[in-house]
Design a binder for this molecule. Structure first.
Ligand code: 5AD
Length: 354
């Protein structure tokens, strides 16, 4: 698979530092030309680590009994969200383990609409709200959209069906995940997806196919990061790794994604920042233009353990790192994905022709 002279698989598997430098420089040039130097901020609230799923890689999996579970009250989430807004950050992301009961969805819809209303009263345009709550029914996604959420992140984890099967229990199926992504787009969300990089059994060809998957799915937002084994999960025992350098490969994936999809938003994942002190700097240089500082209450941060030793950085240290890379942190704008608007425009034109 090729893109503008780059052989995706060859670039991803190459250990040549010269090629790495060339790719990074091309991505940075493209990003500065099309998107400028702004890096948008989403204040992240991980409001519950209760999860019904049993993903073989994730510390929050229901079978992990050694994890203390927490679940923030609606009032607490609203207070946190408004405090983030008052600190000048205009967008938040609500993330939690999967609990898609109608009762829980209703509770969160209430949280979202109250956050939208109260923040709007304080100062327009109000809080931008991104959700990352896993798989739901069409009706549930629609309920949250109608409540005022406008972006949704749902990683495909790997678009390679064999890899997907390898890292999930049999009842969690690829087709269902894909269907959810289609629901989200149909409802009108800005849709984000992504993959983990360096999974057991995952090849460079799988990663090249992931990049094509993002293009084909016409996604608006992307979040990718290295897979970090968690000792309390079954996948930690795996030995069949093909990708040796998950960090360097993640940076290359970001750079290629930036070249292939100039108008999407791309987050510098916390996993990338956690496995390497250069993660944020290189992630931004490779084309990352969104960061998600953690605002989960201190006492619960360690319990949101997707992977071990998850560290959180203060907004100030994030700002310093972003600036040292030559970019600017932008709190005041929603920083929506231009791809979303370009996509709406294209759809409108098609309709006009029909
Ligand atoms: N290493 C890296 N990323 C992980 N995630 C879950 N577990 C891990 C891990 N062990 C990511 C998944 C999920 C997101 C919330 O966190 O991609 O979609």
């Amino acid at each position: 698979m090729r893109f503008m002279g780059w052989d995706l698989e060859a670039v991803l598997s190459s250990a040549d530092p010269g090629l790495f430098g060339q790719l990074l420089a091309a991505a940075e040039k493209n990003r500065l030309a099309f998107r400028g130097d702004e890096v948008y901020v989403r204040g992240l609230i991980e409001y519950s680590n209760q999860c019904r799923r049993d993903c073989l890689y994730c510390g929050l999996r229901v079978s992990n009994r050694s994890l203390e579970r927490y679940h923030l009250q609606a009032e607490e989430i609203i207070e946190l969200g408004l405090a983030i807004y008052r600190a000048g950050i205009t967008s938040i992301a609500l993330q939690a383990g999967e609990n898609s009961s109608d009762r829980e969805v209703e509770r969160i819809a209430g949280v979202v609409s109250e956050l939208r209303e109260k923040s709007m009263q304080e100062r327009p345009p109000g809080l931008g709200v991104t959700l990352s709550l896993g798989e739901m029914t069409y009706r549930q996604y629609k309920r949250l959209y109608d409540a005022g959420a406008h972006r949704y992140l749902l990683r495909i984890e790997s678009s390679d069906v064999q890899v997907f099967k390898r890292i999930h229990p049999p009842r969690q199926v690829y087709e269902r995940r894909l269907e959810c992504l289609h629901y989200l787009k149909d409802i009108g969300y800005q849709v984000g997806t992504g993959v983990m990089i360096g999974l057991p059994g995952q090849s460079y060809a799988s990663l090249a196919a992931d990049l094509n998957f993002f293009v084909e799915q016409d996604i608006d937002m992307l979040g990718m990061g290295p897979y970090i084994p968690h000792h309390d999960t079954p996948l930690a025992k795996a030995r069949d790794y093909i990708i040796q350098d998950a960090f360097g490969t993640s940076i290359k994936m970001m750079a290629l994604a930036r070249l292939m999809m100039p108008d999407i938003n791309m987050v510098v994942s916390t996993a990338l920042q956690n496995i390497n002190p250069e993660g944020l700097r290189l992630g931004v240089k490779a084309g990352g233009n969104v960061v998600m500082p953690v605002f989960t209450p201190q006492e619960h941060q360690a319990e949101y353990a997707l992977y071990p030793n998850k560290e959180t950085k203060s907004l100030e240290s994030i700002r310093l790192e972003v600036e040292s890379a030559g970019y600017r942190l932008c709190l005041s704008k929603w920083g929506d994905s231009p791809h979303y608007f370009n996509r709406q425009l294209a759809a409108g034109k098609k309709e006009g022709l029909a």
